[in-house]
Design a protein around this ligand. Structure first.
Ligand code: GTP
Length: 243
């Protein structure tokens, strides 16, 4: 199979307080629709979207998680394996803004600190009723080192950009990790720490068994625990799911 035939699958979780517009955002992005009705998500929901990004075919698997605390224990299990995250709050809901850091911690507890996360201020069509100042939101994004977007799912503003950013970041990260793995590892020279004998002269001996040596004697020999042979360039796509 050719590399070009492969698709990069990315698991994205969408988190944030209830009613900030998570389900609406996913519906808008995947189906191009918006509904005014609010139906709170029970547990978790899932939709997919395929896109072409530069020369890559990407399949985004979008996990819509319930914002209500009562579902916390259940939804956390679905964070596992996430490779990117949308963390949303609403322009008209102060609590949702104040909960941002907490949501970030919850996700990072499950998936570690290194996945790309976009902080999204949704409902900017309701700026007249805003309870979060723009500088506050930008300040928070800067402090938490998150890319910040302002969206209106209703008006279809900036929604595509959020997911495009996350997919791009994920692919970049994957490629960097692939390159690192295929970099030749230089074999470290054997280092010796000469301990001074009671006479004060530095003594050297090398038992060459790879262990720290001869504490009773005078020399500790350190060797790299594993010497890796430079490997052939690895195919980064081997990490991707193939459908
Ligand atoms: N004005 C406006 N309303 C929006 C926007 N996005 C979502 N809404 C409305 O906000 C309400 C809540 O949206 P949902 O998408 O159900 O919110 P949620 O975050 O998935 O909520 P939970 O399932 O409880 O976690 C709905 O009535 C939506 O129509 C937006 O950009 N602008």
């Amino acid at each position: 199979m050719l590399e070009e035939d492969l698709e990069i699958a990315v698991k994205v979780v969408v988190v944030g307080n209830g009613a900030v517009g998570k389900s609406s955002m996913i519906q808008r992005y995947c189906k191009g629709i918006f509904t005014k009705d609010y139906k709170k998500t029970i547990g978790v929901d899932f939709l997919e979207k395929q896109l072409r990004l530069n020369d890559d075919d990407v399949r985004l698997m979008l996990w819509d998680t319930a914002g209500q605390e009562e579902f916390d224990a259940l939804t956390k299990a679905y964070y596992r394996g996430a490779q990117a995250c949308v963390l949303a709050f609403s322009t008209t809901d102060r609590n949702s803004f104040e909960a941002v850091e907490n949501w970030k911690s919850k996700v990072e507890e499950e998936v570690g600190p290194n996945i790309p996360i976009a902080l999204v201020q949704n409902k900017i069509d309701l700026l007249d009723d805003a309870v979060v100042e723009q500088h506050e939101a930008e300040g928070l994004a800067k402090r938490l080192k998150l890319r910040f977007y302002r969206t209106s799912v209703k008006e279809d503003l900036n929604v595509d950009e959020v997911f495009k950013y996350l997919a791009t970041k994920h692919i970049q990260k994957m490629r960097q990790e692939g390159e690192k793995e295929s970099e030749p590892t230089t074999v470290q020279p054997i280092r010796q720490i000469g301990l001074f004998t009671s006479t004060g002269s530095a003594s050297k001996s090398n038992n060459n068994n790879g262990d720290s040596g001869n504490i009773g004697g005078e020399t500790i020999t350190l060797q790299p625990s594993k010497s890796r042979v430079p490997s052939k360039s690895k195919n980064i796509f081997s990490r991707c799911k193939v459908f």
